[in-house]
Design a protein around this ligand. Structure first.
Ligand SMILES: [Zn+2]
Ligand SMILES: [Zn+2]
Length: 327
């Protein structure tokens, strides 16, 4: 069977690997498609270290159940599943509190353990979610990053009537904007790329430029840049909440008195918590995913997919099965 491995920065290739065997509590999946996100790109470009090369890529995946190792009650052969690619341990102090995103032993697929960009993979059953019917593989690919938005929205404690601003219209920002709009919130965005801004507009979000600063009760920073953080800080209304999702390591200047006087809350929102947020996603039936998932690449074009992903507005993904199979 085939897999896509990273040989070193900027170079992936297709290799033959051994067929995996599911252990107890594991599910064997025939992969259908795998999405590409910013963390894959930081691995691809060598900015984020992986344990060794060649390294099997991918963590946002959709597959079909083809086998089990022992009893798995919530799935059957032939089910389509979406992978929750952060395995928490269920037994540390954070897991006991329900904060599985802070799990002390969290295993990140494609970073700590080999990825899922292969014909077949095995995954732990609790993290294989039965996919909603009526969504294509391309749309299902978006559900993992969509769940990042679901968690951010939950943690924002947004109230009806609140005006929301999303900074950055990468895939996470677009999916979060779509989610906010689908929940009836008046949603604005900030984005420098005109193509990404056009995508945001098709979702029904409005450009921020038309508004005065300090007018948003909830601001979501997804760009992961210091400039994005500064915009978020400026645009939050008094008593508002800024939810930080983008991972920026650049220092920023903050005047504490400004936060105090404007009674602002800063909330860090790391991925999602198991099982709450994926459970919400699976019940959500979002209808806008097709406009966010843009570029589909075949398995043998993986190098092109990784090289071009940063320039593609919306999400890129790699189809693991043949083009002719109906997805
Ligand atoms: Zn991702
Ligand atoms: Zn844990």
């Amino acid at each position: 069977m085939r897999a896509i491995v990273l040989n070193g920065p900027r170079s992936v290739s297709q290799v033959e690997v051994e067929f995996p065997t599911p252990g107890p509590g594991e599910v064997l999946l025939r992969m259908l498609g795998v999405g590409i996100c910013g963390s894959d790109l930081s691995v691809f470009y060598g900015h984020r270290q992986v344990p060794y090369y060649p390294w099997q890529m991918g963590h946002e995946g959709v597959g079909e159940v083809v086998g089990f190792g022992g009893d798995v009650s919530h799935l059957k052969i032939g089910d389509r599943v979406v992978l929750e690619p952060n395995y928490c341990c269920f037994s540390c102090s954070e897991c006991f509190k329900g904060n599985t995103s802070g799990c002390l032993n969290r295993v990140i697929v494609g970073m700590a353990v080999p990825g899922i960009l292969a014909d077949y993979v095995v995954v732990p059953a609790p993290f294989a979610w039965k996919a909603p019917k009526d969504l294509s593989v391309g749309e299902l690919i978006a559900l993992e990053p969509f769940t990042v938005g679901v968690a951010a929205l939950r943690r924002s404690n947004i109230q009806s009537g609140d005006r929301a601003l999303v900074v950055g219209m990468g895939s996470t920002g677009l999916l979060l904007a779509g989610l906010l709009i689908s929940r009836g919130f008046d949603t604005y965005f900030v984005e420098v790329s005109s193509e990404r801004a056009a995508l945001a507009a098709t979702l029904g979000a409005s450009s921020y430029s038309a508004l005065e600063p300090s007018s948003f009760e909830r601001v979501f920073e997804t760009s992961g840049s210091s400039g994005g953080f500064e915009i978020a800080l400026k645009s939050a209304a008094s008593g508002g909440t800024i939810v930080l999702i983008g991972l920026s390591s650049e220092p920023v200047e903050v005047v504490p008195a400004d936060l105090v006087r404007r009674r602002l809350s800063l909330v860090g929102s790391m991925i999602y918590d198991h099982p709450t947020d994926f459970a919400t996603t699976m019940a959500a039936q979002p209808n806008f995913l097709r406009s966010v998932v843009q570029a589909r690449f075949s398995f043998d074009k993986a190098q092109d997919a990784f090289e071009s992903a940063h320039a593609v507005p919306g999400k890129s993904w790699i189809s693991v099965v043949e083009e002719r199979e109906s997805l």
